[in-house]
Design a protein around this ligand. Structure first.
Ligand code: FES
Length: 113
């Protein structure tokens, strides 16, 4: 039966690569095997979102991070880092998993099993 399952993809072999990317910035766009993700550092936590604002499908690159929110650089819509919610629209959020030194990103995929 066809169902959605969370599949994990290796994002960084070493967590320090991710920490280095966000050492001097609060957000960075990073390309992986399923497209661009926006990596965000907020209040000591790291989040991953699809790099597309749901308002007009523009890139969130150069967004601002303030009080736990991603602020789109185009029209300043704000999205909560924990839920992705804001202005009746949501940005797509990807879970991150830290295992040993490695960092994985999760994406829902259709599966027969
Ligand atoms: S494109 Fe992001 S708020 Fe308009």
């Amino acid at each position: 039966m066809l169902s959605k399952k969370l599949k994990w993809y290796l994002l960084f072999e070493d967590r320090s690569e991710l920490e280095d990317l966000l050492a001097t910035k609060q957000s960075v766009v990073y390309k992986n095997i399923f497209g661009e993700v926006l990596l965000v550092k907020s209040n000591g936590a790291i989040y991953a979102f699809k790099n597309k604002c749901p308002h007009q499908n523009k890139s969130l690159e150069n967004c601002k991070i303030s009080e736990g929110h991603v602020i789109c650089p185009w029209h300043q819509y704000q999205f909560d880092c924990d839920s992705g919610r804001g202005h009746g629209l949501n940005i797509d959020k990807f879970p991150l998993k830290f295992e040993g030194d490695s960092v994985y990103i999760g994406k829902e995929v259709w599966s027969l099993f």
